[in-house]
Design a protein around this ligand. Structure first.
Ligand code: HEC
Ligand code: HEC
Length: 702
């Protein structure tokens, strides 16, 4: 089906009002031919049949069921599994010759299209368990041979975008209900896959649309004159006049003033004609005000008001790639960096051709990045979601044990530290992993040019092992042995701690996944994942249970990383010895012996901060480490760690996990980062002007 066909049929107002229908339109856009091409059959024969046919197929997986002519809704799950293996490069096994990436990509593209055609739920295929399953060397080192694989998509608005865009479109005082939920996929909240509009969401959206329409049209009459009240949109005054029926151009002008609406439509299209017809019809049956509201409600229920449309509306090139149209790019850039994504001036420049070249897009992105960080809120949000330190206040801590503790301020400290590193914009990854600097208790009042919360006066400075508030400007340099980057910020440590203990396992897991780019299987449900609770032992000793052979297959990749962080207690305080219970001494009675139970006597034992970097796939960093500083400095020096960071940035800004067809975009982004001396801005510019960002692919016949 033609993309243009989609555009005009989409202007049928009735259909567009049901947002869910658009999903099925997308299916049509991507559907391909129905007879399985010979190449697909030949590919499976050559690369898979040997092990997956006969009486004893490997992995209990038989390929006879996988004759592509038999791809139906009932066999869909097996085909999804097959496509997944190919996308991840997991099959054929590493011991076998690897199929050409282009051939493999073609089979995947065909499978995707066919699965959609038979109505299979491809959710699983779109959300990979984690992008880390994809082989790093294929992405960054092997010869490049896979074409871009990036189907058109609808990306449901994030909560921030929904509010930002609709408020900007419909006046200030909107009693809107947040309709867009958000949940983490692949570590990030705002991912494109698997987020459609369900019935519950739709009814909230409809209520919101009606409210927005009402608030945008608030007015009263002075004589025959329409006077807009606060919040009302002046451009709609002409449509509210009870005496005069407005001409079409008055409606066009009003619609053109709506931000939400200018993304794909140009004035004078059929879309506007349909809305004008709706206005006239409603007005004949009712009043001008009701008619104006009907038009606005319809607009707010269109896909443009709920989805980022990234269809690739420009004509296809010979490889079947469609570039996003200029308006789509403007919207995508706004969505990538800001929550109020439609910049009118940029749209005007785009219509005059400013975004027609890759360099043109890069120039626009650079201009956006020249604004203060607060204008581009999605940048800090990336770091908040990547490091996931903002959940520190969610971990319950007993105030009685540490009255100086106040978690929200610790989060503020880390926010502020990241912003300073971004302002300097040099060696960003290395700085994030090794800086000795810190903000303390977020004394925003002491820091010039920052607006921000002033926290209650707790003695948060003690968390950083200081005896008093630091004097003068922040950030301050802390003693060299104490802090070393974001992972030693109390916020990060607390976010990955238990109520009364450190959490070496999850700290190690985070490093394995977010810095080394490796995948760890989930805890098997058969495992009783509990440490012995003998608190006279150190955490390290209690974790010995995971040394059993079976447990160690997984835990060896987490524990030795996380144990280096025993340098800190579970409040994130630096320590030089460890406190454990002392069963040889009698318990200490409670302050009020009748009410408070006695507590165990405690004593200090020697602190062990050793750990290890093993199986990292970067031989230059493998080996034991004496402490957390050695661990983090070695990680910060690793090419692989840098590239894994680029992979995570890619996921966040593309809203999807990377696939093998993104290798070029990833390498270019990594190169741009290195060439610029470690500039986050350069990295973002490269990502937002990459092929993976700008192009959508439509399956072509093999
Ligand atoms: C050299 C033998 C060999 C070849 C060739 C091979 N596989 Fe496999 N496959 C295996 C083995 C062994 C397993 C089971 C163990 C495992 O999951 O690693 C397996 C498992 C699978 C599974 C099931 C995985 C699961 O978790 O249930 C799928 C699906 C699969 N293979 C697909 C393919 C596809 C598609 C190809 C061709 C591109 C292919 N295999 C080629 C050996 C092979
Ligand atoms: C297939 C991999 C795997 C195996 C095998 C495994 N674990 Fe784990 N284990 C994990 C992962 C992953 C986590 C972290 C869970 C999370 O992030 O929520 C974990 C967490 C734990 C925790 C911490 C749980 C908590 O809530 O604090 C304990 C304790 C634990 N495992 C013990 C064991 C023991 C004992 C064995 C062997 C009998 C074992 N595990 C086998 C993967 C594994």
């Amino acid at each position: 089906m033609e993309m243009n066909g989609m555009r005009s049929s989409a202007s049928d107002l009735g259909r567009r009002m049901a947002a869910t229908l658009l999903l099925s339109l997308l299916v049509q856009v991507t559907s391909a031919q129905e007879t399985p091409p010979r190449d697909v059959v030949a590919f499976l024969d050559q690369h898979c049949a040997k092990c997956h046919s006969g009486a004893k197929p490997k992995g209990d997986f038989t390929l006879t069921r996988l004759d592509p002519r038999m791809l139906t809704a009932t066999t869909a799950s097996e085909w999804i599994e097959t496509a997944r293996m190919l996308i991840m490069g997991e099959m054929p096994p590493a011991s076998r010759p690897r199929p050409a990436a282009a051939a493999s990509a073609q089979v995947v593209a065909w499978l995707r299209a066919e699965l959609k055609r038979v109505g299979a739920d491809t959710h699983e295929l779109e959300i990979q368990p984690t992008g880390n399953h994809l082989d790093h060397t294929r992405l960054f080192s092997d010869p490049l041979d896979a074409p871009l694989d990036n189907p058109p998509r609808l990306w449901r608005f994030s909560p921030q975008l929904y509010f930002g865009l609709l408020k900007a479109s419909s006046g200030e005082r909107n009693p809107l209900t947040q309709a867009m939920s958000s949940e983490r996929v692949d570590g990030f909240f705002d991912m494109a896959a698997g987020r459609s509009i369900d019935v519950g969401t739709l009814s909230t959206l409809m209520r919101n649309a009606a409210r927005m329409a009402a608030s945008a049209t608030v007015h009263h009459l002075e004589g025959d004159k329409v006077v807009m009240d606060r919040g009302g949109l002046g451009s709609f005054a002409a449509l509210l006049d009870p005496q005069l029926v407005p001409e079409r151009k008055a409606l066009d002008a009003a619609l053109n003033s709506l931000l939400v609406y200018r993304r794909t439509q140009l004035p004078g299209t059929e879309e506007y004609a349909a809305l004008y017809a709706l206005y006239l019809k409603t007005r004949r049956e009712s009043t001008a005000a009701v008619a104006a509201r009907a038009v606005l409600t319809a607009v707010f229920l269109q896909p443009e008001s709920m989805f980022r449309l990234e269809l690739g509306l420009d004509p296809a090139d010979p490889q079947g790639r469609r570039r996003l149209s200029p308006a789509e790019i403007v919207f995508a850039l706004g969505g990538a960096l800001r929550d109020q994504p439609l910049d009118r001036a940029q749209l005007d420049r785009a219509r005059k051709g400013a975004l027609d070249t890759r360099e043109g897009v890069a120039t626009e992105v650079r201009a956006m990045l020249a604004a203060p960080l607060s204008s581009n809120p999605r940048i800090l949000r990336f770091f908040q979601e990547y490091f996931a330190y903002t959940s520190a206040p969610d971990v319950f801590k007993d105030k009685a044990l540490n009255p100086d503790f106040y978690a929200p301020a610790l989060v503020g400290d880390t926010d502020q530290l990241i912003q300073v590193i971004l302002m300097r914009d040099k060696d960003v990854v290395k700085e994030l992993l090794t800086t000795r600097e810190s903000f303390i208790g977020s004394r925003w009042d002491l820091v010039k040019n920052t607006g921000g919360p002033v926290y209650p006066k707790t003695n948060n400075f003690r968390t950083y092992n200081l005896d008093a508030w630091p004097e003068g400007m922040q950030p301050v340099q802390l003693p060299v042995d104490q802090r070393c980057g974001i992972l030693t910020q109390p916020s990060w440590l607390v976010a990955r701690s238990q109520n009364f203990n450190n959490d070496a396992i999850r700290r190690g897991k985070w490093i394995r996944e977010h810095l080394l780019g490796q995948a760890i299987l989930d805890v098997p449900i058969t495992v009783c994942a509990k440490l012995p609770d003998d608190l006279s032992q150190t955490l390290r000793t209690r974790m010995e249970v995971t040394r059993q052979e079976y447990c160690w297959t997984c835990h060896q990749s987490m524990n030795p990383l996380g144990l280096a962080f025993e340098q800190y207690d579970h409040f994130g305080r630096y320590r030089t010895s460890e406190t454990v219970e002392d069963p040889s001494k009698p318990p200490i009675p409670g302050r009020n012996p009748k009410l408070d139970p006695p507590t165990a006597a405690k004593h200090e034992v020697a602190l062990d901060t050793t750990g290890a970097l093993d199986f990292t796939s970067d031989p230059t960093i493998d080996g034991p480490v004496a402490n957390v500083h050695e661990l983090l400095h070695r990680l910060a020096a690793s090419t692989r760690v840098r590239q894994v960071f680029v992979r995570h940035a890619f996921r966040y800004w593309m809203g999807r996990p990377e696939n093998i067809g993104d290798a070029t975009s990833l390498r270019e982004a990594d190169t741009a980062y290195v060439a610029s001396g470690g500039s986050m801005k350069a990295l973002i510019v490269a990502l937002l002007s990459s092929d993976s960002f700008l192009y959508r692919t439509v399956p072509t016949s093999p």
